[in-house]
Design a protein around this ligand. Structure first.
Ligand SMILES: Cc1cc2nc3c(=O)[nH]c(=O)nc-3n(C[C@H](O)[C@H](O)[C@H](O)COP(=O)(O)O)c2cc1C
Length: 368
C-alpha cells in the first residue's frame, strides 16, 4: 500500500497496512469494537485511555482496557497522566503486559482529566510535556507515539512547537485532533495547523477530527499532506465506514453501505463479542450504547431503542435484535400496540411472557 505522500506509515518496526486508524474513545473503542474495526480495514487502534496510576489497574475498567491478548493487530496502549515518573512507570508496566506501542494522551479536554493536568491541559506547560515525553521514551523499548490537539486555546496554538519537541525526543508518530483544548468538541475541526505540523516534522502525522466520509478523508489527506487519518465518532453504529474510507484511499472507489442482512450479521457478531468479553451483566449494558448507534443508522433511533434498552439479559437483547431484523427483512408493517413499537411483534412479546423467558419481570428482577 502506498499513501498520498508516497510512503507507508512506519512506526518503529511496524509498517501499517493502510492509512485509516481508529480514534480512541473511552467507553466505546473497547476490544470488541476495535477488533470489529480491524476487520473493516483499520490499520491501528489504541486502547481507551488508561490512567498512569498503575495502582488503579486492578479495577475492572482498567483490566478490560489492558486486556491485550485478545486484540487483533498491533497492541497499542494509551496512557494519560501528568507526572513524568508515573508516566514512565505506566509505560514500563504496559510494555510488560505486552504493549507493542505506547501512546501518550495529550488530547483529552475532559474536566476530570484536565483537573489532574493530564490530557490536553498539559499543552500549556511545554517544559512538563518535554519531561513526560523524555521519561516515557526512556522507560520502554517499544515505539512511543503522541495524541494531541492543535494547542491549548486560540491564543496558544502551540501544536507545531509540541510536534517538533516530540520529534526531537524520539516520539515516532503524532495524531493531531484539529481542535484546541478550549474548543472541546465545539465548532469545526481545522486542518491548517495539522498541515503546518506535517510541514514542520518528518515523523508520520495522523490527522483527526470530524472525518465522517471517504470524501472528507481524501480531502483531509490532500489538504494536510498527513500520512493517515483517524476516525472516531463517525464510526459509531457504522464501522463499515472505515472500510469505505480505506478503499477510497487505496483504490479510489468504495462499496455502498452493507445490506440489512449484512448489518444484522455484523451487529449479532458484535453483540456476541461484547457478551464474551465483558460477561453477561456488563456486556448487556455496553451493548446498549452500540445498539443505539446502530439503530440510529437504521432510522430506528427512538421507538425500538426504548424497548431494547430495557432488556436485562443477553438472551433477550439478542432475541429482540434478531426479531427486529426479521421484521425489517420481511418488510412487515409497524405493529400498532404502543407497547410494541415498529420492529417488535406484539405477539412475540406476549409469547415470551407466557413462556417465562428472559424479558419478563422475573428476568429483569434478577439483574436489578
Ligand atoms: C466519547 C469519547 C471518548 C474519547 N476518549 C478518548 C480517549 O480515551 N483518548 C483520546 O486520546 N481521545 C479520546 N477521545 C477523542 C477522540 O479520540 C478524537 O480525537 C475525537 O473524537 C475527534 O475525532 P472524531 O471527530 O473523528 O470523533 C474521545 C472522544 C469521544 C467522543
Amino acid at each position: 500500500m502506498s499513501n498520498h505522500t508516497g510512503q507507508d506509515i512506519q512506526i518503529g518496526p511496524y509498517r501499517l497496512d493502510g492509512q485509516v486508524l481508529l480514534a480512541p474513545m473511552a467507553g466505546i473503542s473497547d476490544v470488541p469494537f476495535r477488533n470489529l474495526c480491524h476487520d473493516f480495514g483499520v490499520s491501528l487502534s489504541v486502547t481507551e485511555m488508561t490512567t498512569s496510576d498503575t495502582a488503579l489497574w486492578t479495577s475492572a475498567k482498567s483490566r478490560h482496557r489492558l486486556q491485550l491478548n485478545e486484540i487483533k493487530g498491533i497492541r497499542a496502549v494509551q496512557i494519560a497522566g501528568s507526572e513524568p515518573l508515573q508516566m514512565a512507570d505506566a509505560a514500563r508496566a504496559a510494555t510488560e503486559l505486552g504493549a507493542q506501542i505506547i501512546d501518550i494522551n495529550m488530547g483529552c479536554p475532559a474536566k476530570k482529566v484536565c483537573r489532574k493536568l493530564s490530557g490536553s491541559a498539559l499543552l500549556r506547560d511545554e517544559e512538563l510535556v518535554k519531561k513526560i515525553l523524555v521519561a516515557v521514551v526512556a522507560a520502554t523499548d517499544v515505539p512511543v507515539t503522541l495524541k494531541t490537539r492543535t494547542g491549548w486555546d486560540k491564543n496558544l496554538k502551540n501544536g507545531v512547537r509540541i510536534a517538533q519537541l516530540a520529534e526531537s525526543v524520539g516520539i515516532q508518530a503524532l495524531a493531531i485532533h484539529g481542535r484546541t483544548r478550549a474548543c472541546a468538541f465545539r465548532g469545526k475541526a481545522e486542518y491548517d495547523t495539522i498541515r503546518a505540523i506535517k510541514n514542520a516534522v518528518k515523523i508520520p502525522i495522523i490527522a483527526n477530527g470530524d472525518i465522517d466520509s471517504p470524501e472528507s478523508a481524501s480531502e483531509v489527506i490532500r489538504y494536510t499532506g498527513a500520512d493517515g487519518i483517524m476516525v472516531g465518532r463517525a464510526a459509531r453504529g457504522k464501522p463499515w465506514l472505515l472500510q469505505q474510507i480505506s478503499d477510497q484511499l487505496k483504490k479510489n472507489f468504495y462499496a455502498p453501505p452493507p445490506s440489512i442482512e449484512t448489518r444484522r450479521d455484523i451487529i449479532i457478531g458484535h453483540l456476541d463479542a461484547m457478551y464474551r468479553f465483558y460477561g453477561e451483566y456488563t456486556g448487556v449494558r455496553v451493548a446498549r450504547k452500540h445498539l443505539g448507534w446502530y439503530l440510529q443508522e437504521l432510522g430506528e433511533a427512538n421507538q425500538f431503542r426504548k424497548i431494547v434498552v430495557r432488556a436485562e439479559s443477553s438472551c433477550l437483547q439478542m432475541q429482540l435484535i434478531k426479531e427486529f431484523f426479521r421484521h425489517r427483512l420481511q418488510g412487515e408493517e409497524a405493529v400498532t400496540a404502543h407497547s410494541s413499537p415498529p420492529g417488535v411483534s406484539h405477539q412475540w412479546r406476549k409469547q415470551k411472557e407466557q413462556e417465562n423467558l428472559p424479558g419478563n419481570q422475573t428476568d429483569r428482577a434478577k439483574f436489578n
